[in-house]
Design a protein. Sequence first.
Length: 178
Amino acid sequence: MLGYASLYILLLTAVSAVPLRTERDMESSLKARNLFDLPADLQALIPSELFDYQNCVTDVTKKIKLELGRNSVSLTEIAASLKNNVISFTNCLRTVLDILLNKFYALGDEAKSFITDVYLPPFKKTGYLRTVPNDSEIMEIIDSLTKKYHALSNETKLELKTHFTNIAEFLERRLKEK
């Protein structure tokens, strides 16, 4: 009996030590994901369609996300609620993802590999981008991408200019600066 009581007290202590997500935490989390708040160098590496998607996120959508976050529901429930409550938001998201996937599938193998190198590394550990890199990390990422872009064949560079224009133009400017 004493063992159960001490286990119960230990469990209560552990639970009380867990920080609760406040509304302010959730709001700052939503604000941190605003693409327009990213440094200009990082914005240049993001497909322009995602900025169109960011414009679809309305105050209503943010309120729904906050409400759902307060109730600690699953991602599936959040997606279902957003789909039911904000149809234009989900349509916009679906359209943007379709456009990006079609652009990606239209690329050759070398270009696909490059685009994968651009977008997957920041997401490998957790599956999503948790923090914005600091200035020195941004410069390391951009320098690495510029070197990889320089090593691509002219045919692949042309493919990238056709399908991912903003990334290709940004890296071309970086090559000319060096």
